[in-house]
Design a protein. Structure first.
Length: 120
């Protein structure tokens, strides 16, 4: 089972992998040093942690994702709504929009999503 918890720094690291996969672990260490200012040991520690969570795998020094970025964040969002709002998307949207005014474009986009869902 995949653990959908990732901190901000882990997310930036994961973006490096998702944006460049398949990527060799040595190239990943080089890019992590450039982008995150990490030592090689830090890269390998965080990579192992994300592999243990089931998000990535390192096969013979080649790192690939087990789950795409879109699938990961979709599942993470669903998990959040389940755990925080008893699975109620309307309750989530009500809480989300309580202090944030949606733009007309955002409202139109949400209406299109609902309309597409109703058509299916």
């Amino acid at each position: 089972m995949i653990d959908y918890q990732m901190g901000a720094i882990e997310s930036r690291f994961a973006d490096i992998i998702w944006g460049n996969e398949p990527i060799s672990s040595s190239e990943l260490a080089r890019r992590s040093e450039e982008v995150l200012k990490w030592k090689k040991s830090t890269t390998y520690t965080v990579l192992k942690r994300l592999c243990d969570k089931g998000i990535f795998q390192n096969n013979g020094g080649v790192v690939v994702s087990v789950i795409s970025k879109e699938e990961f964040y979709s599942a993470k969002s669903q998990q959040f709504v389940e755990e925080t709002f008893d699975g109620s998307l309307p309750a989530f949207l009500a809480a989300f929009t309580a202090k944030k005014n949606l733009t007309p474009d955002e409202v139109a986009h949400l209406k299109r999503i609902v309309a597409e869902y109703e058509e299916d």
